[in-house]
Design a protein around this ligand. Sequence first.
Ligand SMILES: Cc1cc2nc3c(=O)[nH]c(=O)nc-3n(C[C@H](O)[C@H](O)[C@H](O)COP(=O)(O)OP(=O)(O)OC[C@H]3O[C@@H](n4cnc5c(N)ncnc54)[C@H](O)[C@@H]3O)c2cc1C
Ligand code: SF4
Length: 497
Amino acid sequence: MIERFDVIIIGSGAGGGTIAHALSDTGARILILERGDFVPQEEENWSPEAVWKDLRYRTGERWLDEAGREFLPYMHYNVGGNTKFWGSVLYRLRREDFGAVQHIDGISPAWPIDYDTLEPYYARAEALYQVRGTNGVDPTEPLRGAFPREAVPHSRGMSDIVDQLKRLGLHPSPLPLGLRDGCILCNTCNSFVCKLHAKSEADVCCVRPAMARQNVTLWTKAFARRLLADSGGERISAVEVERHGETLRVEAPLFIVACGAVNSAALLLRSATSARPEGLANSSGMVGTRYMAHLATMMEGFHPFRKNDTVFQKTVAINDFYFHGPDTPYPLGHIQSQGRTHAVMAQTVAPWIPLWAYDAWVSRGVDWLAMSEDLPSARNRVTVEPDGRIRLSYQPNNVKAHEQLVKETKRILHQLGFWYVMSYSHKNRNTTHQCGTLCFGTDPKASVLDPFCRAHDVPNLFVVDASFFPSSAAVNPALTIAAQALRVADHIKETEL
Ligand SMILES: Cc1cc2nc3c(=O)[nH]c(=O)nc-3n(C[C@H](O)[C@H](O)[C@H](O)COP(=O)(O)OP(=O)(O)OC[C@H]3O[C@@H](n4cnc5c(N)ncnc54)[C@H](O)[C@@H]3O)c2cc1C
Ligand code: SF4
């Protein structure tokens, strides 16, 4: 049987969930296809063993790296996508991120839209995801109105650190966080599912409210295998879906792809036809290229005689090196405090060290993340193997900027009195902030999507996940994904529905 809808959205994370919510009031018959299922509310949501040792919610799918070695990507396939597990740090890009910026390793390219174009949608996205913050403190912050909610207050320990940072001449600011009513500020937020549904994520903020409307249907465990286009590859008529062991064909006049930057590129590549052997929407040859993921290093300042009694630690940002370093005119990146590391999490790095030793360590540690922009490069790309497996070829660039940021962060933590600073990076296997594989732009030869995220080659195809980023900036990506999804939804309402 062939089913028909008015709009088919593939993926239910930051991009797909947000646009489903935004289009749900149109009356259009919307089908959301999601390859995963709902994550149950259960004890294991907050269990470090279940989450970090048993990898209970992680996909078991293996990808290949550049050299053809298998690895387990840090990915979750479920309703809400990776937002279920995010740290809910919901940042706007800086105004400068929308222009071309010179970095140590090259130029971070300009976006086809500017900050002012996205600003009203940032405000709407912050309202939808109930972001808490304080404006006017972060010196890099672009012009904006008040946050929907007051910032989460710092714990006593973090407040002391903020005072120390200010005495060092730095400008710490509150992290913008999406936390809903009922949040108890626990120590199992980032990388965990919120058992109370108090984290602002796409499942609870968008997908469930959208499904309350009769015109919205969600199929879980529904894997979109291929988009089926006409012989010229210029119009999609249907999507081939694998569900409950069957292969179905579902038709619609409009398709919105939001599978995440890697899987969306893979879907378009898998949708190649004899007329379009290079893949769908790929006349530019850019589908899958320019993959970016941030350079990220987790750091922990340790003091043997200072017990850390903070429960919710993730409230502080340092953007003093966002536009330049102390000794360099080039941007270094962003520093943010992190959720508490649990001994089980730390043990995944060096499993031979006993848990009690990690316990002693992490109870005296304060956790930070140093994050730098990586630059788009044609060689960093997603491809699909003949057997359907995803290959992710990625060599980090702008490494020197990141090394300097890590060095600065270490210097600051030592100045705060920490005896030792431990650091760890997933390096080229970090997939959490993946973006850039279907870049948007005005030139069809140099981009896959137009500035409203419509495929240049295929007018009835939009892509609204992290794929469209021309550059990765150095703050967390998801609020920008959500804001652009809202902008695209307005455009679709004006032009298509
Ligand atoms: C542990 C962790 C912490 C993070 N913390 C933050 C943070 O604090 N702030 C921030 O901004 N970002 C954070 N991120 C990143 C953020 O989650 C992502 O940037 C964001 O979710 C990307 O949105 P998306 O729509 O591109 O993809 P996703 O949210 O990943 O959604 C893609 C969806 O598509 C589905 N899908 C994929 N392929 C198919 C297919 N073929 N058929 C059907 N369905 C498919 C997937 O199952 C998934 O539900 C974090 C990520 C992780 C993993
Ligand atoms: S209660 Fe609050 S801090 Fe804890 S997981 Fe839920 S949203 Fe995060």
